[in-house]
Design a protein around this ligand. Structure first.
Ligand SMILES: [Fe+2]
Length: 312
């Protein structure tokens, strides 16, 4: 078995140095196994995007979301109650639905009880825990808790519709850390969905092909199952190219898990009314995070590898 603490430490060091890092899927798979995932559950993630719902504002997307809390004081990961979602221009997100309160269908037990999914969250919690980031206004940086809003998304291109993983063009996601993990691809062209990482001086809202090349810091493409990109969100911006269909007569799909993680909001923040730290009552989840600085035990034990249900 791999030394999970060493792996997490290596990635954390690179992330702290570079401010973004790309982790190939085969390495991620090893890490997830070390963080409590079963091989069967990891395999199940490949088809976990089959029952998503219509997106509230984007026609070319199916989605679900859910809010989770990394509580570093209690060393727990908890599902938080349902709340709507809002992202504003003030947070470097310029799109027709900026500032609109959006209500997504909720992530269900089929995903949140998947030990591969849980390990992904443990991974992000461990890697980002001690990273100092440029502070966003109106977030509580003294808190030992983080709010992680997970989006489970399928971007769809059809003969009539082009799927845009980031129709907003150059943007940030209003958080401290954005993590994107590929679950599946079908019928997409080789140049689809390339993520460009931009210097923060790049103007918001520009399309990926309108940007200043001198401000492009890196390009990464999620091609393989579990390929993962982690970005210090407030220090960099990003774009993603559209999804093209290899066979243009058929549908093309790209399935992703996106973890938007930040400190809790203060009262003045636009998201504050939707940022409660109350656990979810109907579909609770309460499991252990990796110990403090990544030097944890073997997470495969029953006690930590399986969710502990809260009494509703
Ligand atoms: Fe984004």
């Amino acid at each position: 078995m791999i030394d999970i603490a060493k792996q997490v430490e290596e990635i954390r060091d690179e992330y702290a140095r570079e401010r973004y890092t790309f982790i190939p899927g085969d390495r991620m798979e090893e890490i997830l196994l070390g963080l409590g995932a079963t091989p069967e559950d990891i395999e199940a993630l490949r088809t976990a995007s089959e029952n998503l719902a219509a997106d509230p504002t984007l026609r070319f997307r199916e989605s679900r979301n859910g809010r989770f809390c990394f509580d570093y004081e209690q060393n727990r990961l908890q599902r938080l109650e349902f709340q709507p979602f809002i992202l504003t221009k003030d947070e470097d997100f310029v799109r027709h639905d900026s500032g609109k309160v959006r209500e997504f269908r909720g992530i269900q037990d089929d995903l949140q009880l998947n030990t591969g999914f849980q390990a992904l969250m443990r991974f992000q919690a461990a890697v980002t825990r001690d990273i100092d980031v440029q502070r966003r206004p109106k977030l509580d940086y003294d808190s030992q808790q983080r709010v992680s809003t997970v989006f489970h998304l399928r971007t769809i291109t059809t003969p009539k519709l082009v799927g845009e993983p980031a129709a907003e063009g150059v943007h940030s996601d209003g958080v401290d850390h954005t993590m994107t993990t590929l679950l599946g691809l079908d019928n997409i062209t080789g140049d689809s969905a390339v993520t460009h990482v931009h210097d923060p001086r790049q103007k918001n809202g520009l399309r990926w092909d309108e940007v200043d090349e001198d401000l492009v810091l890196g390009r990464h493409q999620h091609r393989h199952f579990l390929d993962t990109l982690l970005i210090v969100d407030h220090e960099l911006k990003h774009t993603v190219t559209p999804v093209g269909a290899e066979d243009p007569k058929s549908r093309a799909t790209r399935d992703m898990l996106i973890l938007f993680t930040r400190h809790p909001t203060t009262e003045e923040h636009a998201s504050h009314p939707y940022d409660s730290l109350i656990p979810h009552n109907e579909i609770p989840l309460d499991i252990q995070l990796l110990e403090g600085d990544g030097h944890g035990d073997d997470r495969r034990s029953d006690e930590t590898g399986h969710p502990r249900r809260r009494s509703a």
